[in-house]
Write a protein that binds this ligand. Structure first.
Ligand code: BGC
Ligand code: BGC
Length: 850
C-alpha cells in the first residue's frame, strides 16, 4: 500500500461509517492511479464538529435510502427555484429542496405577506410528503438568502451588512443577530438559510466585499462560529429546534480572494493561503456544526470549485470530515468546463450533493442525471453518499417529526417579524458598526439643540442604506414605504433634535433658508449585489463627483460638514475627507438608520453617551489603486490601518490636505469596460424611441420601437438582448459628466463589442459617440453586421480614430456607445469596452462612416 493510500484508508476508518461511500470513491480513484497528488497535504485539519454522528440517525438514513429508487434519490439532489416550479411539480417529483432567489417572492409579489410565505411553504411541504405521484414521502426544505435578517420579506428586521458587523467585532452580538434572523425566518415556515458568507475579502473591488466580515481571517473565523450557533442552536440544547434554522457556510472556497476582485473569478492562492486566509470561516463554522456548505462560483488555480474533486471531496469531506451536504450555487455547476446548466455529472462526481438549479434547467438536469446514474457515468455509490448526507441533515433538523410549516410553534407569529426587541438589537449593531475616521476639533458629538441641515441622497433613503440583497436581489427599486417601521438616518436625527428643542431641515441638495450651524451629509454607493458591484478601482464617484461638489458648496458657505458615508467597502475618498470636518464610515446599516443619531448626537446625561466603538475590519486605501490592501502585506501603507477607529475625545489624525490627485492608469489597466456583466459606473444605459428615453434599471425594458432584456450567457444577466422593432430607436450608454478618453485614443484603442446577430438588420445600423456640447460622430456598421454568420459570438472593433476623424472631442465624451436603427434588427451583446485590440478582432474600416 502506498503511503498516500495508507493515510487515506486510515482517515476513512477514523471517519467511521458515515463517510464510507465517499471513501470508497476515493479508493477507486486511487486504484485508477487517478488521485490528485496534492491530497493529504496535511494543511487541512480534521474538524471536531459540535454535531456528532448518531447511530440512530444513521440507521434511519440507511433504511430510508435502501427503499428509494434512482429517480427518488436524484430528486433529493435537485433544488429548483420558486419562480420555475409549481406545487404540482413538487408533488410529481418530490425535490429534496427548493429556494427563492434574491427578489423572488411567493406569487411573484413583492408585497407578499408573511401569511403568503407560510402558505407557499405549507403547500410545498404537503406536496413533498404526498406520495401519490412519486411514491415516497420525504419532507422537502426551503432555502432562502437571509443574509442580513430575513431580507426578502417586507417588514423584517434588516441588520447591517456583514462588513459593518465586522467593524463591530462583537461575536456575542452576532450570535444574537443570527438567533433573531432564525426566528423571523421560522415565522414564515422556512427551514434553511444560505448564510453566513465567510469570505475573507482580499480585494475591495469585489462586488461582494460587503458580504464579508473582514479582510482578516481571525474575525471571519470567530464570527462564522457565532452565527452558526445563533442560527442552528446548540447540540444537547435547542439544536435545530423550533426556533432554529439550518445554516450554510458559503462560498466554499476562496470567493474573497479572486484575481482583481473579479466576482466568480479565479483564486490563485497557494494551498497554504487557501487554508490560512480563505479556509478559516470553515474551521469556525464547521466546528460549530454548520450542516451545509455552498460551493463557490470561483475557480481555484483555474479549476471551478463546483468541479473540484480535490476541494469538495478530499479536502472538505475526507480531510475536514464534513458530514453534512454540499449545495451548489445558482447554476454554478453549469460553469464547469464541459457542463451546462442542464447537464453536469462532473459536479456530482466531484462531490456536489445538491444542485441549485433555478430557471427551467431543473427538468432536463433531473432527467440527464437519472440517465447518467443508470449508465454508470455517476456511480450509484456517489448518489447514495449524496442522498445520505441530505437525509442525515433532514433527520438532524427534525423535519420528519416536526409539524408542517404552518403548524410549527413560531409559524404565523407575525408580530415577531420586525418586532421592537429585534429592531433594538439591530440598532445596537448599527451603533457598534460605525467607524469614526475623522473628527476635527472634536466637532462630534453634536448638540441636538443646534440648527442642523441634513443633506445628501442617502439621508432619507432606507433602500440605499440597506444595500443589495434587500427585498430585491440588487437592492434597487425600493423606497421608504417598502420598510414599514424601518427608519432612515434622517428619521433618527429628526426625532432626537426635535425632542431636544433644536431645529432640523432636510434638503438632499443642501439648500436652506436660515444658515445652519452644521450640515450632516449622508451619501455613498447605490445598492448592488454580486458581480454588478465589481469595480476596476476604488475611486468614489469616478467622473462624477457630485457629492464632493455638495460638500464643498456647504464648506464654501462656512458651514461645518459632517459626512456619513454609506458604502459596501472602503473607497478612495480623499477629496471628500478633505471637504469634511468629521467623517463616519457607516457601511450599510440596514433598516434601523435611526440608531446613527444615538452616537452622533450628544446625549442629555454624559454617562449615557454612546461612543464610537467600531474599528476598521478592512484597511482604508490612500489611492484608488490600493485595491488589495491587507494588514500584514508587504509594503502595507494604507491611509488608515486595519483596526482604526476614533473614539470621542481622541485626536483626529487626518489632515485636510490629503492628496486628491489620481495618478493615471497603470498600462495594464488600459481598458475601460462599459458593459461587463452590468453597465459599469459611471455609465448608465437607457433605451430611446420616439423621443422617449427610459433608463434601464432592471432585467427588462420596453418602449414602442425597442425592447431590452438581460440573458445569462456564462453568469447571471451578463448579456443584453436588443430587439429593434422597425421605427427609429436606440440603445444608449451615457454619463452627464464627460469622460476623458484621450489616453485611449492615443494608444489606438477601439470601441469593442462582443456580439451576436440574431436577426440581420433590415435597414441601416449606426454606432454613435457623443461629446459635450451636442457633438456627435457615427459609423455605419450595417454591411459589417450582415457579413457575419447569424447566432454566433464574434467581436467587432471600431477604431476611436473613426470618431475623432469626424471631429469628436475625445477629452469630453458623454456617450461612448449608442446603437441605433430604424428597421427590424435583433442583437445580443455580451461586452462593450474601449481598449486596444490586435488583428484577431475584425475592425470596421472607417470607410463605412458616412
Ligand atoms: C449567490 C448565493 C445565493 C444564491 C441564491 C447566488 O448567486 O452567489 O450567495 O445564496 O445565489 O440566491
Ligand atoms: C436572480 C436572483 C438570484 C440571483 C442569484 C439573479 O439572476 O434574479 O433572484 O438571487 O440571480 O445570483
Amino acid at each position: 500500500m502506498s503511503y498516500q493510500k495508507y493515510v487515506k484508508t486510515l482517515l476513512c476508518v477514523i471517519a467511521s461509517s458515515s463517510l464510507l461511500f465517499a471513501c470508497n470513491d476515493v479508493e477507486q480513484k486511487i486504484e485508477n492511479n487517478n488521485v490528485n497528488p496534492r491530497h493529504a497535504s496535511g494543511i487541512w485539519p480534521r474538524i471536531d464538529s459540535a454535531v456528532k454522528a448518531e447511530p440512530q440517525i444513521e440507521r434511519k438514513v440507511a433504511k430510508l435510502l435502501a427503499s428509494m429508487t434512482i429517480e427518488q434519490k436524484v430528486a433529493q439532489m435537485i433544488q429548483p427555484e420558486i419562480r420555475d416550479i409549481t406545487v404540482e411539480d413538487m408533488r410529481r417529483y418530490g425535490f429534496g429542496s427548493y429556494l427563492n432567489g434574491g427578489g423572488a417572492f411567493p406569487n411573484n409579489n413583492k408585497s407578499s405577506t408573511p401569511a403568503d410565505w407560510i402558505n407557499l411553504a405549507e403547500a410545498m411541504y404537503q406536496a413533498s410528503i404526498d406520495d401519490s405521484l412519486d411514491d415516497i414521502s420525504i419532507p422537502t426544505m426551503w432555502g432562502t438568502d437571509a443574509v442580513h435578517g430575513h431580507n426578502n420579506v417586507i417588514g423584517a428586521t434588516l441588520f447591517p451588512h456583514n462588513i459593518g458587523l465586522g467593524a463591530a467585532n462583537n461575536p456575542e452580538l452576532i450570535e444574537k443577530i443570527a438567533q433573531i434572523t432564525a426566528t423571523e425566518v421560522m415565522v414564515t415556515g422556512i427551514d434553511w438559510v444560505f448564510a453566513p458568507t465567510v469570505a475573507t475579502v482580499r480585494d475591495d473591488r469585489w462586488g461582494r466585499a460587503y458580504e464579508g466580515y473582514s479582510e482578516a481571517p481571525e474575525i471571519v473565523k470567530s464570527y462564522s462560529s457565532a452565527i452558526v450557533k445563533g442560527l442552528q442552536g446548540y447540540p444537547e440544547k435547542d439544536f435545530l429546534g423550533d426556533k432554529n434554522v439550518i445554516s450554510t457556510v458559503k462560498h466554499f472556497i476562496g470567493d474573497g480572494g479572486t484575481s482583481n476582485g473579479d466576482d466568480q473569478g479565479d483564486n490563485l492562492a497557494t494551498e497554504q493561503d487557501l487554508f490560512d486566509l480563505h479556509g478559516q470561516g470553515y474551521v469556525g463554522g464547521l466546528s460549530a456544526g454548520a450542516q451545509t456548505v455552498m460551493a463557490s462560483f470561483n475557480s481555484w488555480r483555474g479549476e471551478k470549485v463546483h468541479g473540484s474533486h480535490y476541494l469538495l471531496t478530499e479536502v472538505l469531506k475526507n480531510n475536514m470530515g464534513f458530514d453534512g451536504f454540499v449545495v451548489g450555487d445558482w447554476n454554478g455547476h453549469g460553469q464547469i468546463a464541459g457542463c451546462s446548466n442542464e447537464n453536469c455529472p462532473n459536479a456530482v462526481n466531484a462531490g456536489l450533493d445538491m444542485y441549485m438549479v433555478p430557471t427551467d434547467a431543473w427538468k432536463p438536469l433531473l432527467e440527464n442525471t437519472i440517465e447518467q446514474v443508470k449508465q454508470g457515468v455517476i456511480p450509484i455509490a456517489r448518489i447514495d453518499d449524496a442522498v445520505s448526507r441530505i437525509l442525515r441533515v433532514k433527520y438532524r433538523a427534525g423535519l420528519f417529526d416536526k409539524p408542517s410549516p404552518a403548524n410549527r410553534p413560531l409559524s404565523g407569529k407575525t408580530e415577531l417579524i420586525g418586532s421592537e426587541s429585534h429592531r433594538e438589537v439591530a440598532r445596537q449593531a448599527v451603533r457598534e458598526s460605525l467607524v469614526l475616521l475623522k473628527n476635527n476639533d472634536n466637532i462630534l458629538p453634536l448638540s441636538p439643540k443646534l440648527n442642523i441641515l441634513v443633506a445628501g441622497d442617502a439621508a432619507d433613503n432606507i433602500g440605499k442604506q440597506a444595500g443589495g440583497w434587500t427585498i430585491t436581489w440588487q437592492g434597487t427599486g425600493n423606497n421608504n414605504n417598502d420598510f414599514p417601521d424601518g427608519s432612515s438616518i434622517y428619521d433618527g436625527l429628526a426625532e432626537q433634535v426635535s425632542k431636544a428643542g433644536g431645529s432640523i431641515t432636510l434638503d438632499t441638495e443642501g439648500g436652506f433658508t436660515e444658515k445652519p450651524d452644521v450640515a450632516i451629509v449622508v451619501f455613498g454607493e447605490d445598492p448592488y449585489a454580486e458581480g454588478h458591484g465589481d469595480i476596476s478601482n476604488l475611486e468614489y464617484q469616478r467622473g462624477d463627483k457630485k457629492d464632493l461638489a455638495l460638500l464643498r458648496k456647504l464648506k464654501a458657505q462656512g458651514i461645518p460638514v459632517v459626512s456619513i458615508f454609506i458604502s459596501g467597502r472602503p473607497l478612495w475618498v480623499n477629496p471628500e475627507l478633505n471637504a469634511s470636518d468629521a467623517f463616519v464610515a457607516a457601511w450599510l446599516p440596514g433598516s434601523e438608520g435611526k440608531a446613527v443619531a444615538d452616537v452622533l448626537l450628544k446625549s442629555k446625561a454624559e454617562q449615557q453617551q454612546y461612543d464610537f466603538i467600531g474599528q476598521l475590519s478592512f484597511s482604508w486605501p490612500k489611492s484608488p489603486y490600493q485595491t488589495s490592501l491587507n494588514q500584514g502585506d508587504q509594503g502595507y501603507a494604507p491611509l488608515l490601518p486595519f483596526g482604526f477607529g476614533l473614539r470621542y475625545g481622541q485626536l483626529s489624525i487626518l489632515p485636510n490636505t490629503l492628496n486628491e490627485q489620481v495618478a493615471s492608469l497603470p498600462d495594464a489597466d488600459n481598458e475601460m469596460a462599459i458593459f461587463k456583466r452590468a453597465t459599469l459606473p459611471p455609465w448608465q444605459a437607457s433605451i430611446a424611441s420616439s423621443k422617449i428615453t427610459m433608463a434601464i434599471n432592471s432585467s427588462t425594458a420596453q418602449l414602442e420601437n425597442i425592447s431590452f432584456r438581460t440573458l445569462d450567457r456564462f453568469v447571471q444577466e451578463d448579456t443584453i438582448s436588443l430587439k429593434f422593432l422597425g421605427e427609429q430607436a436606440s440603445y444608449v450608454v451615457a454619463n452627464p459628466f464627460s469622460e476623458d478618453l484621450r489616453d485611449f485614443a492615443q494608444s489606438d484603442a477601439s470601441l469593442v463589442l462582443e456580439l451576436q446577430v440574431n436577426e440581420p438588420p433590415k435597414g441601416k445600423v449606426f454606432v454613435e459617440m457623443n461629446c459635450e456640447g451636442d457633438c456627435a460622430a457615427q459609423v455605419d456598421i450595417t454591411a459589417f453586421l450582415s457579413s457575419k454568420p447569424q447566432d454566433k459570438w464574434w467581436s467587432l472593433a471600431i477604431p476611436l480614430s473613426c470618431f475623432s476623424a469626424q471631429g469628436l472631442d475625445m477629452s469630453k465624451v458623454t456617450v461612448p456607445f449608442k446603437l441605433s436603427s430604424n428597421r427590424e434588427f435583433t442583437v445580443k451583446i455580451h461586452q462593450i469596452a474601449i481598449k486596444p485590440v490586435n488583428e484577431s478582432i475584425s475592425k470596421v474600416s472607417c470607410g463605412h462612416a458616412e
